[in-house]
Design a binder for this molecule. Sequence first.
Ligand code: DX5
Ligand code: ZN
Length: 231
Amino acid sequence: MARHPLTELSSQDILTAPSILAADFARLGEDIAAVATAGADMIHVDIMDGHFVPNLSMGPPVVKAVRPVTDAPFDVHLMLTDPGPYIAPFVAAGADHITIHVESNGDLHAILAEIRATGCSAGITLRPGTPAAALLPYLGEVDMVLVMTVEPGFGGQSFMADQVPKIAEIRRQLDALGRPVHLQVDGGLNVETARTVVAAGANVLVAGSSVFRAPEGVAGALAALRAVDQA
Ligand code: DX5
Ligand code: ZN
């Protein structure tokens, strides 16, 4: 299957990234197909090691098993203390984009270079308590920055509004680069909170609970998210 890095998508568009952490794991393939059919721009895959965050999620075999379900890019968010050894396995499993945490161990410049050398796009992210300035050394090496609006580790948490100024600050830094970089937000997003982060300059919306548990269904939830920049 051809790779679809996020550099193929416009950072001028509002893009949706359903987080499969909120899917029904007993029917993971069907749930991914449903959001892909409903127009999800990418599939957000949360990887947790029980150390960087106090939770475990899934590994490369699960990603590989669901890879044939859709051509939509797999946006892999690594919440790992040591991401370095896991880049090649997730690329082999079918990742199109890999985001690492700035708080992770290892030579992050080398890891970002390794990700991009595979043909994937690369991203960097930070915990809510980490200042935007921590990302500055890496902005020239990434295709997407992810701002966490919950403490990473669990789906279904409440949006942290105190992170909105950080989104605006990073948007200004990315605009100054003179090259398109996506600005993604993850945690507690629904139509109301998504409106706030898009107003601050975000263009990629990760949403788990508000998409997979939407009473109106995943298609309605994704359409509403996609339209938050319209009046
Ligand atoms: C949290 C994950 C998020 C989470 C989002 O560690 O990175 O992607 O699944 O879930 P909701 O949208 O339910 O906050
Ligand atoms: Zn995530």
